[in-house]
Design a binder for this molecule. Structure first.
Ligand SMILES: Nc1ncnc2c1ncn2[C@@H]1O[C@H](COP(=O)(O)OP(=O)(O)O)[C@@H](O)[C@H]1O
Ligand SMILES: [Mg+2]
Length: 197
């Protein structure tokens, strides 16, 4: 279905339902690399306790295959297309008023999804069009919690080295300062400019 800096995503079938399976580019590295393992478990653990119509839904995760070999797979609901494709294929050809209406629905959904993550004390840290997808009913979903962090306190920013994608980075993150809920909101604001203009 696609790939990013961390993983490849396949379409698969699980108990009669179509699902997406995310596999790290190099699962063997993952076995060896503490940092990558941490990222994998962080994404799985954060997704495990999150249920919102505007955030991707986890189906399950596995760390070994049937023979007991290391195998890191994250199984989630299957989504239809990235936001970038939705903008090109559905929004751009539409009339001005339809474009605006669709843009409002998408942005409202994403804002609700992000507010929910923040209410669950999770900072996404990599909000960008590539990490936003729509399902077959055109419901927008935040995906890719691979860089997400749990906040210890609602006011203290999360300290960590790097992370995120430059184009969608808030000024404070560019300066190397830690991520906060505000840097997620800033990135979503840039996505909104992308969607509405
Ligand atoms: N649930 C899904 N259904 C369909 N395609 C997906 C799904 N999740 C991810 N993808 C596609 O795979 C790409 C990489 O997934 P992502 O979780 O962002 O991995 P990475 O952590 O490597 O960036 C996404 O940009 C998207 O195109
Ligand atoms: Mg991604």
């Amino acid at each position: 279905m696609g790939s990013g800096g961390f993983a490849v995503v396949y379409r698969a079938s699980y108990q009669g339902t179509e699902v997406a399976v995310k596999e790290p580019h190099n699962p063997c590295d993952l076995e060896g690399s503490k940092l990558m393992r941490k990222a994998f478990f962080r994404e799985a653990n954060n997704l495990f306790r999150i249920h919102h119509r505007n955030v991707i839904e986890l189906v399950g995760a596995m760390v070994v295959d049937e023979e007991g070999n290391p195998c890191f797979l994250l199984v989630t609901e299957l989504l239809r297309r990235p936001l970038t494709e939705y903008i090109e294929e559905t929004m751009k050809p539409a009339s001005e008023s339809e474009r605006r209406a669709r843009g409002h629905v998408v942005m409202l959904g994403l804002a609700e999804g992000l507010a929910y993550l923040h209410s669950m004390r999770i900072i996404h840290r990599d909000i960008k069009p590539q990490n936003i997808m729509l399902d077959d009913k055109d419901i927008p979903k935040l995906i890719d919690l691979g860089l997400s962090k749990e906040k210890q306190s609602m006011v203290a920013p999360v300290h960590s080295a790097g992370g995120g994608t430059l184009d969608w980075m808030s000024p404070e993150k560019r300066r190397g300062e830690p991520s906060t809920t505000a840097s997620d909101v800033y990135a979503l604001g840039l996505v909104m400019m992308n969607v509405m203009t």
